[in-house]
Design a protein around this ligand. Structure first.
Ligand SMILES: [Zn+2]
Length: 109
């Protein structure tokens, strides 16, 4: 059951997060994510809990140092703000285009 392809592990991840996989599959997922950053990231995205134990060294550094953790959270918040700003800009651009084309269509008709 070792060295399963990433695709297979990623198929198992949702089941693993829900805790409905068998013992063997569970073990396979856990072994895999220890050595595979991509699948570990996917697992982290899917589950908010339980990832700390299997996180790599850099993440445990962050967790063990409160100041770093705060910096990390600040960075995250800043990123969220940027994402929110970007999506508002997209929404405004979309509205502008939508209204613009409505006007153009209105003029043409
Ligand atoms: Zn993988």
């Amino acid at each position: 059951m070792n060295n399963l392809p990433c695709e297979m592990i990623q198929d198992l991840l949702p089941l693993y997060v829900d805790g409905v996989v068998g013992e063997e599959a569970k073990q396979a997922v856990e072994d895999h994510v220890k050595n595979c950053a991509a699948c570990r990231q996917m697992l982290a995205d899917m589950s908010d809990t339980g990832i700390e134990e299997m996180a790599d060294a850099s993440v445990s550094d962050t967790a063990s140092d409160p100041q770093k953790k705060i910096d990390f959270m600040k960075k995250n918040r800043l990123m969220m703000k940027r994402i929110r700003l970007a999506s508002s800009l997209c929404a405004i651009a979309f509205m502008t285009i939508a209204i613009g084309s409505m006007l153009v269509l209105g003029i043409l008709q």
